[in-house]
Design a protein around this ligand. Structure first.
Ligand code: TEU
Length: 510
């Protein structure tokens, strides 16, 4: 079995995990000092957000050198020590790679913009005239560069110029980048917005329906499969390499196309990540969809949060840690590859904001200034910035041994998040991860997947999972022979009595 199929990954947002030198930014030395914490928690792999030199216009997703370490985070020696220490603890490391665009501060772009005949001109996408394509952060995706009087394409911020993947020279450069990090021992890559790689090179305008642009010609284009096959074949020349694709879509058929033995191992399934509400029925529908839309061997990802979205305890559980625990139980027991977002295990909620000065993320600040430009009042502009800012999920990590509980760090949203609750969350994650390790369901398909009222149930191997999404107690009419192996419930003559928002596991006999 491929190592990733039974693994639990843990996403670390570089800036906010652990600082070692008091400059207020996380770094590799800090991270290394926390590996024991992560090993003890019981995760198998780490996904690191970009740590390369960068202007930090989009938190490092604007890379200015693909084969170096941002000095804020340390140096290559620190990175190697981190890798060695992770390896010694059996923790695999996958790194975030931004193949779609680079920073405009990258040497390639600096050369590219010099003149129209520069050998690096075609590393990027230059046009005499823009079309109507919009950038993800708002406004035109084309920026006029005075130097040559042409426009370059940027599907994100104007400081993130899209690389021209149709150019073989760009592919060859990126192969060297992949080889560099593989040689450093990374177990795989999280490939950022990988579905933006290919474009319709005639650049037709995208249709606009009711004021909203439909991304018909700038995403998921022909040639993407070949590009991914090419990357995958290159990476897997010598060993197994885990490839996770970020395809910005919550539509399974769309993302499933790109996961196969020849392409990506898994593609992020944004379903749970983008929903605003969750209940037994919607989870049942989603899990069923994963069963019907994915072919044999295709494995879904399971996550509720990331650096791009509101934290799930706030978004889906109103900060109620009992409900949050049920979702954690789902993420770590359903079929798929779970990705824990740092701090979830402490029940960290979203940060709150009262002014745009407190924000760093371009998605929030851009929304603010664009609203003002459209003539909105300051309060409305702030509202939209608060809605959009991804900083809400990027607060400093609080460890169980940390002091912030007494000093009231800004990430503590309400007084109701007490040390006791956070620690109980942490214990829960640890127990669940230990349970996962001990039992043999991780690589198993579902032998049943059912919904009975507010109870979702699935069986994998010999373990039957019951997840109760409702209030109050219910009795689930279980008649077989079973032993409770996780969670709390009363085994009655008539069935199993389960409390509100509880998840339990039974080992059943044939
Ligand atoms: O995100 C790409 C992206 O479009 C996501 O924002 C996605 O659409 C959203 O999460 C779905 O809900 C990646 C990085 O994760 C993000 O932080 C960067 O800003 C972006 O690429 C540009 O590199």
């Amino acid at each position: 079995m491929e190592f990733w199929r039974g693994s639990v990954f843990y996403e670390i947002y570089m800036k906010s995990f652990q600082d070692s030198n008091g400059d207020g930014l996380g770094d590799f030395k800090g991270l290394t000092s926390r590996l024991d914490y992560l090993a003890d928690l019981g995760i198998d792999g780490i996904w690191l957000t970009p740590f390369y030199p960068s202007q930090q216009v989009d938190n490092g997703y604007d890379v200015s050198d693909y084969c170096e370490i941002n000095p804020d985070y340390g140096n290559m020696t620190d990175f190697r020590e981190f890798m060695k220490a992770a390896d010694a603890r059996g923790i695999k490391v996958i790194i975030d790679l931004v193949l779609n665009h680079s920073s405009t501060e990258h040497a390639w772009f600096k050369e590219s913009r010099m003149n129209k005949t520069n050998p690096k001109r075609d590393y990027y996408i230059w046009r005499e005239k823009p079309n109507n394509w919009e950038s993800f952060f708002g406004g035109s995706a084309w920026e006029l560069d005075e130097l040559t009087g042409e426009y370059y394409y940027h599907s994100f911020a104007k400081e993130q110029a899209d690389l021209n993947w149709a150019n073989q020279a760009v592919q060859a450069e990126m192969e060297q980048v992949l080889a560099f990090w593989l040689n450093e021992g990374v177990a795989g890559f999280r490939l950022d917005v990988i579905n933006n790689l290919t474009l319709v090179l005639e650049f037709p305008d995208n249709p606009v329906v009711e004021g909203e642009m439909e991304h018909v010609y700038d995403r998921n284009q022909r040639g993407l499969e070949q590009a991914l096959e090419h990357i995958a074949t290159f990476c897997r020349k010598e060993r197994e390499v885990f490839l996770v694709g970020e395809i910005s879509s919550d539509k399974l058929p769309e993302i499933a196309k790109y996961s196969s033995k020849k392409m990506l191992d898994v593609t992020f399934n944004f379903n749970f990540g983008s929903v605003e509400q969750i209940d037994a029925k919607s989870v049942f529908t989603s899990l069923n969809e994963m069963e019907t839309e994915l072919q044999e061997g295709q494995w879904p990802t399971l996550f509720f949060g990331s650096h791009d979205m509101s934290r799930y305890t706030t978004r889906l559980a109103d900060g109620n840690l009992i409900k949050t625990k049920l979702l954690a139980f789902l993420m770590l027991t359903a079929k798929g590859v779970p990705f824990i977002y740092y701090g979830e295990e402490m029940g960290m909620p979203d940060l709150t904001f009262s002014s745009v000065e407190e924000m760093r993320d371009i998605q929030g600040t851009a929304a603010y200034y664009q609203a003002l430009q459209r003539g909105k009042a300051e309060t409305q502009a702030l509202e939209s910035a608060i809605e959009k800012t991804r900083d809400k999920a990027r607060g400093p990590m609080v460890f169980p041994d940390g002091k912030p509980f007494t000093s009231g760090e800004p990430w503590i949203k309400t007084a109701s998040l007490q040390e006791k609750e956070a620690l109980s969350m942490w214990h829960f994650y640890k127990e669940l991860l230990t349970f996962r390790k001990e039992q043999d369901f991780k690589d198993k398909e579902y032998t049943s997947l059912k919904l009975d009222g507010e109870i979702l149930s699935y069986q994998r191997g010999k373990i039957l999972f019951l997840l109760h999404f409702g209030e109050g107690e219910v009795v689930y009419p279980f008649r077989g022979q079973g032993r409770l192996v996780f969670g709390e419930a009363d085994m009655l003559e008539t069935g199993i009595k389960i409390g509100a928002h509880a998840g339990i596991a039974l080992r059943v006999e044939d």
